[in-house]
Design a protein around this ligand. Structure first.
Ligand SMILES: [Zn+2]
Length: 290
């Protein structure tokens, strides 16, 4: 948390509020927040923000000055937030960066992160390309059905781990992986390469649907996510399984949702997401559930 939908919400708000604004000043409270490129900091003063993009769970700001282009990458994975001054933070001591702008709708952008070391990078184009190639696989919102099927068909690991493997598919974390798998009726530990082609197609569609609906709802505010303007995402209200172990399955099958502890918690219905699909499909065909 934040995952792809939250990072996308951040990028969209930044675009509206700050594209076309000039960066006039830059305060960095701790130099170790910058992983790479700290010596280029003076260059950014007087540069123009021309674009904001999202890659996986990171937001990339593009600046130009004197025919040169440079980038600021802010990692939002787990705990990072980008905030306008109007957004109140519970722990202002974790604001490590303040960028001052003129000519936009907002006068300042703050980077808040309780985990400090190396969460921001100041890069030129070649540096950004290296950064992206190292960290990010295909984007779930733009990957084609054919590419996605190929990725799934070739992985022998567990499906949920694959969905969360940033170097393969970038942006999905634990919350959305659980929500997507429930909606497709697939067990988190299902083996990716053994899925039937029709299931992979359905997974592809549902993955996009869930992420797009979450973006439209402003993301999910779980723990400490706020959009830059301080608003909370509303998608949490539409979570069906995440954090709901012990509650009745929302598909009405009569089972209670379970929690499976591996590297991250999985929340699932033992019936609707059975690893023995034939049994579940047969019962479903007879008029039970879904
Ligand atoms: Zn169920």
């Amino acid at each position: 948390m934040p995952e792809l939908p939250e990072a996308e919400v951040v990028a969209r708000q930044l675009r509206v509020a700050l594209i076309g604004a000039s960066l006039t000043d830059w305060w960095i409270g701790r130099r170790d927040i910058v992983r790479e490129g700290i010596t280029s900091l003076p260059w950014y003063r007087g540069s123009l923000l021309v674009n904001v993009e999202r890659f996986g769970k990171s937001v990339v700001l593009q600046f130009v000055k004197d025919d040169m282009t440079r980038y600021v990458v802010a990692e939002l994975g787990m705990t990072g937030l980008l905030l306008f001054p109007s957004a109140r933070t519970k722990h202002p001591q974790h604001v490590h960066v303040r960028m001052t702008f003129v000519g936009g709708r907002e006068s300042e952008l703050r980077y808040w992160n309780p985990r400090r070391f190396g969460r921001m990078s100041l890069l030129d184009r070649a540096g950004l390309d290296r950064y992206l190639a190292r960290r990010f696989g295909r984007d779930p919102l733009t990957v084609s059905k054919e590419e996605f099927s190929k990725i799934v068909r070739h992985r022998r690991g567990r499906l949920k781990s694959l969905l969360m493997h940033q170097q393969v598919i970038a942006g999905i974390g634990n919350i959305y992986a659980n929500e997507i798998l429930f909606r497709v009726g697939l067990h988190p530990n299902a083996i990716a390469c053994r899925l039937a082609a029709a299931k992979v197609d359905r997974l592809y569609l549902v993955m996009k649907e869930v992420l797009e609906e979450a973006i439209a709802s402003g993301g999910s505010s779980v723990r400490d996510f706020f959009a830059p303007d301080g608003t909370e995402g509303q998608y949490k209200r539409r979570h069906l399984v995440y954090g709901k172990e012990g509650q009745p399955c929302p598909a009405g099958c009569g089972q209670l949702l379970r929690r499976l502890q591996s590297e991250r918690s999985s929340f699932f219905c033992p019936f609707c997401q059975s690893r023995r699909p034939r049994k579940a499909e047969r019962l479903r065909g007879a008029g039970h559930a879904l």
